[in-house]
Design a protein around this ligand. Structure first.
Ligand code: SAM
Length: 311
């Protein structure tokens, strides 16, 4: 072990807990305009990207997070055309979204151009297909500015952000959620990375809505929570049969974690997480399509207009 560098994840230092990786080779290390970035090779996890001491993506387990952050909202919605990704630097999320041929436009708003530049060099498996796809548009901006100002409206918003420190902090703010609410179409869905409830319960309590879970080995701490907000309450109760039919219609592309059954099961929350979500809900002024947020998780009571039955 002598001489080998070990890179710690310092995200949970306050809790007196660190996960540390033994480095085979540092591929890139720099301080960007916004954050500290290090990419290194690890003999088990492959390439590992860390920003400000937090694991962002590894070659070994990226598929879990990327598939669950994309296919769950897209197949639950069932008719999405316009998708907004906030953050998403490495383009792993965009790559999964673009596998849905029915999507017409994907806009990624990333604050740090150098993360995308460096992903072109080190994560061509993501950036290659994405940057070659005419439906993809990259905007370098703070997600907060974009959702506060854009005239565009979206069917699905995916917030693939860093944790609530440094540039990512504003993406867990009231103002940001209000901004997202403003640019959601009627029946739209918004999903957010909400950390691991065992260590990051506060990330859950600040979000408005419900959540679903998945286990990502390098997002240490058991379940990872993905925030879920929509004015269409039934979207998180779509049956596995309906999801399977939509998946077949989308060409049944290969996945390694997401399945229609895993999709439905992800909304069955362990009690300690469900309790945190229930506590997190605060009445809010206005939701997409002019309703109010009721006290039950993930639900927005909307002025009743019957929306057409979905296939
Ligand atoms: N999957 C990873 C996770 O769960 O920790 C996140 C991956 S992605 C690399 C996170 C991206 O969010 C980074 O590229 C970072 O630059 C970007 N980001 C952070 N704050 C942002 C902001 N305010 N607006 C837009 N992008 C932001």
């Amino acid at each position: 072990m002598a001489g080998k560098r070990w890179v710690p994840e310092t995200l949970f230092d306050e809790l007196g807990f660190r996960m540390t990786y033994e480095v085979d080779r540092v591929l890139h290390e720099t301080r960007t305009e916004h954050q500290h970035l290090v990419l290194f090779e690890h003999r088990f996890f492959g390439k590992i990207l860390m920003l400000d001491g937090a694991t962002q993506v590894t070659s070994r387990d990226e598929f879990v997070y990327h598939e669950m952050m994309t296919h769950v909202p897209l197949f639950a919605h069932g008719r999405a055309k316009e998708v907004l990704i906030v953050g998403g630097g490495d383009c792993g999320i965009a790559e999964e979204v673009l596998r849905h041929k029915s999507i017409e436009r994907v806009t990624q708003v990333e604050i740090d151009a150098s993360v995308v530049e460096f992903a072109k060099q080190h994560f061509p498996e993501f950036t290659g297909p994405v940057l070659a796809d005419k439906r993809f548009e990259l905007v370098i901006d703070d997600g907060m500015n974009y959702v506060a100002a854009t005239k565009r409206r979206f069917d699905v918003i995916i917030v693939d952000s860093t944790d609530p420190l440094g540039p990512g902090e504003v993406l867990f703010s009231e103002a940001f959620y209000e901004g997202c609410r403003r640019c959601m179409k009627r029946g739209a869905v918004m999903v957010t990375q909400n950390g691991v409830p065992v260590f990051q319960a506060n990330e859950l309590t600040t979000a408005d809505g419900y959540c679903y879970v998945a286990a990502i080995p390098t997002y240490v701490g058991g379940h990872m929570a993905m925030g879920w907000a929509t004015d269409e309450t039934r979207l998180r109760r779509v049956s596995a049969k309906t999801i399977a039919a939509r998946y077949r219609k989308a060409g049944s592309f290969a996945t390694r974690y997401w399945t229609p059954e895993v999709h439905v099961a992800a909304f069955a929350l362990p009690r300690f997480i469900a309790d945190k979500v229930a506590k997190a809900i605060k009445p809010r002024a206005l939701a997409p399509s002019g309703g109010t947020l009721s006290s039950s998780p993930g639900r927005v009571r909307r002025q009743r207009t019957r929306s057409p039955r979905r296939s």
